[in-house]
Design a protein around this ligand. Sequence first.
Ligand code: GLN
Length: 461
Amino acid sequence: MKIADKDTKAVDLVRAALEKAKEYEDYHAFISMNEAHALERAREIDAKIEKGEKVGRLAGVPFALKDNYLSPEGNTTAAAKMLEDFPSPITATAVAKIEAEGAIMIGRTNLDAYAHGGSTENSYFGPTSNAYDKERVAGGSSGGSAVAVALDIVPFALGSDTGGSIRQPASFNGVIGVKPTFGAVSRYGVVAMASSTDTMGCFAKTAEDANLVMSIMAGKDKKDSTTLDDYWTKELSEATPKKKKIGLISDFLGEGVDPEVVKAVKDYANKLKKAGYEIEEVNMPILKYALAIYYIVVPAEISSNLSRYDGIRYGFRSKEAKDLDEIYSKTRDEGFMPENKRRIMIGNFVLSSGFFDAYYLKAQKARTLLINAYNEAFEKYDALLCPTAPRPAFKIGENTDDPLQMYLEDVMTVPANLAGIPGINIPVGKSKDGLPIGAQLVGARQSDQMLLNIIASVEEK
Ligand code: GLN
């Protein structure tokens, strides 16, 4: 990516990004633009460069921010009516770190409200179009960020991944999408979805760019006690795989997966083979339970995290409410999208005293078995390869009346979140209709940079 210096003005980089965003306005990648602030920051950076002062590693680089990251510039809406008018009092740690290195936020990107979804159709502000076909979904929930990078509006964008929300839209739009190890990046100042699986990551065009952005975002934050110390500190070239052995997950190459997707992923496996990696098919039968585990554990955490939106503490309050009970009920009825409500109801159900043991507790036990299966696999392999999604981007509206079908699209991404391990989407081909296809490389906890090293080693420059 282009960094501002004596010859490249930050103002020009930012202006070009803003103009492109305008040119592609009809894709609806952004909820709001940050034009005035962005240009002001760019001028400050140019002045510093002019005076020979030190500037950061991302000086003048424009970026797009998923609208669930808090930052005082503009409102943080999480694409929900509930937060439509919510001006954030704080800056998310990840954003503060990126901005401290001179990167400039040009606008906030669209998502499924509260990041609940896999298409960006659950946004209160309407859907985002896929970068390759306007009639198709951007994927989600970080659809806007993926499209902003795919259309070359910005060289990188931030997203969040609780069950696939970075990898799946990256796959649908043909870009790199990094979902890091749980705890790699601080979650402080990001609207919570499910606290045991929420991770913060980025979209970029190359493994090198993604590594740079992640190295800046990652590390200890005393405001998030799950964060790792001194993390993401290696040179990418030093993060080499030890075994040079990659498992190809056969459970995700059969029934229910588009043959074009299977072929593209196998072609990528061959490419890795030519580069000297040993490729072996591996069977992980436990993976078929991951979706069921996820849609118990995650709604449970959602129902708890969303209880704070009571019409009193944050954002929207219904004008129809006549007493305290109605403040709660009408505010939540009007402020949440149907998908948010569906998850609150599932969450409350699986946590209720009569069903806790049968659902929530059972799901957590099964989650441990899933983690064990991954640990076992990583004793043998550096990484595991599979498709990111069962098929390329689907049509806008195709799944909206069928939430179960929508959930099924997440079958290959949710396991990594449940296990807290890193997963990265790699663009590996196109369907005959010209739609991007993505493969996903997952590794053991804290193997993020090694995965990027593998990807970089076969990347076409
Ligand atoms: N599509 C998944 C879901 O709907 C993932 C969402 C996410 O990662 N934020 O839960």
